[in-house]
Design a protein around this ligand. Structure first.
Ligand code: HEM
Length: 399
């Protein structure tokens, strides 16, 4: 089911799967057999289930075993490095505590004025280009991708001159094809291997400098953990926010009265962001887990060693949880969307993602209240990824 033509039809495919049952078996594009959980109730329970493990070494082993039984080989990118997302308790608790001590709400709020400035300067440039060329703005390229990469560079203290490289690496990393993921993963690893010692020597105000010296009860992150954490923050923080802005703008432009409603009442933007996160979730599936033992979910036994993907985007469109789940309702009486995950691995960057989303949509709708899609709905294409859900391009007429 993860073949090339699936991505742009995934809404209908997952709707059919939810209808058929909560649990399904399929294969990723790289051949790895996986169990999918597609309904909300079971997805939420699975995210809380400690028998679904995340430990990087064990997960790599589980995937290798599954693949070896089919005489196939699989390679692992930096996505499987040692970091909090790839660990279970008690290691997870320790890493999350150390990183949280540096990645504080205060740090996120301090970023806000800079994010407003970056958003405004990107939109100034896009508007000027639009006026010069008479062409539509390419919203993905010129805004949805450009803004989060600037924010992540700012957060981590990466020189702005390197942001184009970062943008390419993170995009390649999210594809399912090893010819892209492996070189990108190596490049990011090499980059942080050079950057971390420089933060030790001359610390700045950035998060990476704070992580280098972060300490809880005289415990600190090792160099390997710093590398894994930098990698995780970049990967987890960049493409996800790109998709929040891209998918969200797409939905609002498909329903121009919603776009205009926000332009008239920007105070509604935070609630709109929650509904957009639910309706077109930036993360299609939570990162892979493996069954530590046989697990029964909704009457299906998932055998020990199986790789499990919890489909957040699908769960968020489950009518059982969200009445008329395919409709955008503003405001919606919302309960428990899973766009940021659930349980111990709940997104550590949710506050930052929301802040960037609020700024991005407020700037877009108030500056261009009459914006229109410059592409037919049938031509909108999704990028190929079993984990992320985002658009390839989104041309927009500015007004
Ligand atoms: C709209 C944007 C974002 C979305 C939709 C999102 C979504 C998620 C999801 C679904 C998870 C849980 C994955 C799992 O259980 O397998 C997660 C974890 C995480 N996210 Fe985000 N994320 C976003 C932005 C960010 C940002 C901006 C950062 C950091 C700057 C970030 C850092 C993290 C980290 C560190 C984790 C791992 C937490 C843990 O394992 O305890 N995320 N995110």
């Amino acid at each position: 089911m993860f073949a090339d033509d699936v991505w742009s039809r995934s809404e209908e495919i997952f709707a059919d799967l939810r209808e058929l049952g909560a649990v399904h078996r399929t294969r990723l594009a790289n051949g790895v057999p996986v169990t999918l959980i597609v309904r909300h109730r079971e997805a939420q329970a699975a995210l809380l289930n400690p028998r679904l493990g995340k430990d990087a070494d064990e997960l790599r082993e589980a995937i290798s075993t599954v693949m070896a039984s089919e005489q196939r080989h699989v390679s692992f990118s930096g996505m499987y490095m040692r970091n909090m997302l790839n660990s279970d308790a008690p290691e997870h608790r320790r890493l999350r505590k150390l990183v949280s001590s540096a990645f504080t709400p205060k740090r996120v709020e301090a970023l806000r004025p800079g994010v407003v400035e970056m958003a405004q300067s990107l939109l100034d440039a896009a508007q000027a280009r639009h006026q010069d060329t008479g062409r539509p703005m390419e919203l993905m390229e010129e805004f949805a991708i450009a803004l989060p990469v600037m924010v992540m560079c700012e957060l981590l203290g990466v020189p702005h001159s390197d942001r184009l490289q970062f943008r390419m690496w993170t995009e390649h990393l999210m594809r399912d094809e090893p010819e892209y993921t492996e070189p990108a993963s190596k490049a990011i690893e090499d980059y942080f291997t050079r950057l971390i010692p420089s933060k030790r020597d001359s610390p700045g105000e950035d998060l990476l400098s704070a992580l280098v010296s972060a300490s809880v009860d005289s415990d600190q992150l090792s160099t390997e953990e710093l590398l894994g954490t930098s990698f995780l923050l970049l990967v987890a923080g960049h493409d996800t926010t790109v998709n929040l802005i891209g998918n969200g703008a797409f939905w609002l432009l498909r329903h121009p009265h919603r776009w205009q409603q926000l332009a008239r009442t920007p105070a509604l933007v935070p609630r709109a962001v929650e509904e957009l996160l639910r309706l077109d979730s930036p993360v299609r599936a939570a990162s892979p887990r493996f069954a530590r033992e046989d697990i029964d979910i909704a009457g299906t036994t998932i055998p020990a060693g199986d790789i499990v993907l919890i489909c957040l985007g699908s769960a968020n469109r489950d009518d059982e949880q969200f009445p008329n789940a395919d409709d955008m309702q503003l405001p919606r009486e919302m309960s428990a969307h899973l766009a940021f995950g659930h349980g111990v691995h709940y997104c550590l960057g949710a506050a930052q993602a929301r802040m960037v989303g609020h700024v991005a949509f407020t700037e877009l709708v108030t500056r261009f209240p009459g914006a229109r899609l410059a592409i037919g709905l049938e031509d909108v294409r999704r990028r190929a990824s079993s984990i992320m859900s985002g658009l390839q391009r989104l041309p927009v007429w500015l007004q």
